[in-house]
Design a protein around this ligand. Structure first.
Ligand SMILES: [Zn+2]
Length: 141
């Protein structure tokens, strides 16, 4: 295994920011051992699924050979709101940075707090809906 090889199930799926990190990296499928790369944004797919009566937004990629679905993230309407809040706060900081304006600690703390809240909420959803999405995502295609 070279250092660019990541195991999609064990480590990176717990990382909510895998989307950026996984681009261009070699992924080895757990199911069929196929090696493939996530090169473009198009490789990351979005779909809506309903699990236990709850509407969820699934972000995933799939193995090109066996079509096994790898979950990247799972959002519900609540986490979508927190995510939006987090992104807005982050954009404000980045805008200020670009304009060389001073950034106060409160702004940065708020970004961190929202990020943590978002990750916590997402983890709870992943635990609550610990199901295989292979079929669900195929149905929604
Ligand atoms: Zn596979």
């Amino acid at each position: 295994m070279d250092e660019n090889t990541i195991n999609p199930v064990s480590k990176s799926l717990q990382d909510k920011f895998i989307e950026e990190q996984s681009k261009g990296k070699v992924i080895v499928c757990d199911e069929c051992s196929e090696e493939f790369k996530i090169n473009t944004v198009d490789d990351i797919k979005d779909t809506e699924v309903v699990v236990h009566g709850e509407r969820l937004f699934l972000k995933y990629f799939e193995c090109p050979k066996c079509e096994h679905i790898y979950k990247i993230n799972l959002d519900n309407s609540e986490t979508m709101l927190v995510k939006k809040e987090y992104q807005n706060a982050l954009e404000r900081v980045q805008r200020n940075k670009a304009k060389h304006r001073p950034i106060d600690d409160k702004q940065l703390q708020r970004v961190e707090k929202l990020k943590r809240r978002y990750i916590d909420k997402c983890e709870k959803i992943l635990i609550k809906h610990n199901v295989s999405f292979t079929k669900l995502a195929t149905i929604n295609k």
